[in-house]
Design a protein around this ligand. Sequence first.
Ligand code: SF4
Length: 248
Amino acid sequence: MELRHLRYFVAVAEAENVTRAAARLHVSQPALSRQIHDLEEEIGFPLLHRSAKSVRLSEAGKVFLGEARAVLQRAEAAVQAARAVAGGVRGGRALKAVIPGGSSTPVLLPEEIDIGMDFDQVGKAGSMLGSAGVVVIDDQTCMVEFALRTMSFYERESCGWCIPCREGTDWLNKSLTRFHAGFGEARDIDNMQHIAENMLGRTFCPLGDAAAMPMVAFVKKFRKEFEDHLNGKPCPFARKGVPQLTVV
Ligand code: SF4
């Protein structure tokens, strides 16, 4: 069960109105209604009675509300404890992305991480728990450079036995190196995604997938950042004087 669903349900229950709750949560009304519906489907009973103007809790919803609040309180306490131990995002910067399960798992955006750290919930959010080696990325990180660093690793790790992995990691590494240096072309972006998608499920061992999955997600979720490197422009983060990652 996703924490986000519980949060939405509590907000609707407290507001007794989907429109007001949606405004408070900064989500659209249809999206909020859909999430509540998904929650009801998951638990198998109705939480709300809906009329044209308002919603009210069902009997089961009243009981569930108490449980939902308790779960959210425990989750918040866990977040506070993690912040106290880890100190939050480095340098007080904004959170840009999280990789939940090591470099082979697809990157998640800040709005996608309000979930429990288990296989089901991370999977539903579009990534994997993998090795659970969490990488937290702040807003001064260039995602093209991050993708290059990741691909440089997989290119070296590929044993070269099967073609999609051997050629794919090599082409992706070369393309990203050229792209990050400011010599990319618009078609490179789709080409890199296409190469990665064609590696998926076509290699002998999981390393091919491990290289392809993050690449697909980097392009899909940070396309604008790839586009910012086009037309002979060097990395926008380098232009702002942000120290660059070192690819060794
Ligand atoms: S997928 Fe595995 S076996 Fe195939 S080239 Fe890559 S590392 Fe070697």
